[in-house]
Design a protein around this ligand. Structure first.
Ligand SMILES: [Zn+2]
Length: 159
């Protein structure tokens, strides 16, 4: 059974997202993130991968990157949220999305896109609408650079 449904989403500009089709327990694998395996050198040399496309790239190891920018990669529809309920996981050359906490039927699946904080961060405004939204798509560990109020929540990483 598929654990997701494709529906309209307010988060993404393209207007779609993936939603839970049933209640899902923490740790459940939801969907594989599929694409083409390319070399890191191809990423550096191709102008297909400008900043706007990096959203779909996963560095797998020193040599290879997974390019998920294909219409058949349904997992590419999962949107970023500052309060994400899913995470990307990977092993070898495989990447998938799994539940970071229990998720209720009808909730939208969201991940942390993991963008670093750099001078281009304003290119990617975040519309996730969560209470702790920092306004831009920047990974959790770097959000304190945008606003000091996120410095406090950083503490939970020192488990
Ligand atoms: Zn946000």
């Amino acid at each position: 059974m598929k654990l997701y449904k494709i529906k309209k989403s307010k988060i993404d500009n393209k207007g779609r997202g993936l939603y839970a089709s049933c209640d899902i327990k923490k740790g459940t694998k939801i969907i594989n993130y599929i694409g083409k395996i390319i070399t890191n050198r191809e990423v550096d040399e191709s102008n297909k991968f400008d900043n706007k496309k990096r959203i779909y790239l996963f560095t797998l190891n020193k040599k290879y990157t997974l390019d998920g920018d294909f219409p058949w990669n349904i997992a590419g529809l999962v949107n970023h949220s500052c309060d994400n309920n899913c995470d990307y996981n990977g092993k070898g050359l495989k990447v998938w999305i799994s539940a970071k906490r229990d998720i209720k039927m009808g909730e939208e699946f969201t991940c942390d896109y993991g963008f670093g904080f750099d001078r281009d961060y304003k290119q990617f405004p975040c519309k996730c609408g969560s209470k702790n939204c920092c306004g831009y798509i920047v990974r959790e560990e770097s959000r304190w650079r945008i606003s000091k109020k996120f410095a406090m929540s950083n503490k939970k990483f020192n488990r």
